[in-house]
Design a binder for this molecule. Structure first.
Ligand code: BYC
Length: 336
């Protein structure tokens, strides 16, 4: 059923005349700002669009634990370790809320996981880059969570109720994540020469991959038009990328760091910064599985899934026994 629904996920927007009566009523509800709920009628392609986006979002939260988890044992102080541990646990929680939201659309978490492991579903490109130093943990919180918030705050108003509600809690936690990242960057940027160099190096490596998080330029975005017509996406990729650059450029200055983009410059006329686009060839190569860490990240997820099989089997066996006991108890009570 899920594969069939995905096959119908073409990106064209239907004109009102081409819509069935049911589709017209549905579109009118979206246009009026109503939330669509799991039991409501929805076009198959709307369902497929949501499953794709929410599923990929959930996978990003789960795979996104890996680059940061890499530093839990090497955090420089006990306090930093406790904060990082809490952040990484939050990401697991975000993954679970999102898988639960996707399940309301008729796809199971196991199906989504299988598709990730088979390379049939994506996760955010950013997590295919390595975290080489402690300053990278600061840069991930500051830039990666910063970009995530920019994209996710509008998603609190997305048209699908369970997704919008999941985003409310996620956004609250993401803003704590962003602040802890910026706090690390402030410490490093105001530290000794070696620490300043690490902070600059982290910014140099993370800047362009962070810009890629918003997706390809609007002209190459396959889903934006349809997704925005359904208010699944509220803003275009380029608009949010620009907002992120405008928010982050003054923060770079505040840290007395240098942006790796020499063209970053305030443009009075457009009331925003001019900046250089990331290397889109690199972006598409990462999406095809050829980034620096793609194989390692997917390998780690597949291994965790296989290593955890005995736990899942044990829990299922326990649940079956409990269910059988409840049935038996009910039958005994009926006999008495
Ligand atoms: N990486 O038509 P487009 C986090 C794909 S996690 C990989 O513009 P769309 C965090 C796209 O899927 C934050 N793939 O797509 C976690 C499509 O391919 P398919 C994650 C990308 O969906 C742990 C194709 O390119 N946030 O914060 O309209 C620790 C064409 O693109 C990317 C979300 O997931 C990418 N960057 O727009 C720390 C937010 N960009 O599916 C932090 C929810 C594009 O046709 N998602 N693609 O094979 C969205 O808002 C949208 O899906 C996107 C892309 C803006 C990302």
């Amino acid at each position: 059923m899920y594969a069939q629904v995905l096959d119908q996920n073409d990106s064209g927007v239907k004109s009102r005349e081409d819509m069935s009566e049911q589709e017209q009523i549905f579109q009118a509800r979206i246009d009026a700002g109503e939330k669509i709920e799991p039991k409501d009628w929805m076009p198959d392609a709307y369902r497929a669009m949501l499953i794709r986006q929410i599923g990929q979002h959930a996978h990003s939260e789960i795979v996104g634990q890996l680059p940061e988890g890499n530093w839990i044992t090497r955090a420089p102080t006990l306090e930093r370790k406790a904060i990082l541990l809490a952040k990484v646990q939050d990401e697991a929680g975000h993954g679970l809320y999102l898988y639960a939201a996707a399940e309301t659309l008729g796809v199971s978490r196991d199906q989504l996981t299988e598709m990730l492991h088979q390379g049939r579903m994506k996760y955010s490109s950013i997590f295919n880059y390595p975290t080489l130093t402690w300053a990278d943990i600061g840069a991930v919180g500051w830039l990666v969570d910063g970009a995530a918030i920019m994209n996710q705050v509008p998603l609190q108003r997305t048209s699908y109720g369970p997704y919008a509600r999941a985003m409310v809690r996620i956004c609250k936690e993401e803003s704590f994540h962003q602040r802890q990242g910026f706090a690390i960057m402030m410490k490093m940027a105001n530290g000794n020469d070696a620490q300043r160099r690490m902070a600059q190096d982290a910014l140099d490596r993370m800047w362009f991959p962070s810009l890629m998080m918003f997706g390809p330029p609007d002209k190459d975005s396959t889903h934006s038009t349809r997704s925005m017509a359904w208010r699944i996406k509220i803003n275009g990729n380029d608009e949010l990328r620009q907002k992120f650059v405008d928010q982050t450029a003054p923060q770079i200055e505040f840290l007395s760091l240098t942006c790796p983009d020499n063209n970053l410059k305030w443009n009075e006329e457009k009331q925003g910064y001019d900046y250089t686009d990331p290397d889109w060839k690199e972006f598409f190569a990462v999406l095809k599985g050829n980034g620096p860490c793609n194989k390692e990240r997917l390998g780690a997820r597949v291994k965790a899934w296989e290593d955890g099989a005995w736990v899942r089997d044990g829990l299922m066996a326990h649940a079956r026994k409990n269910a059988a006991r409840t049935v038996a108890k009910g039958e005994n009570e009926n006999v008495q």
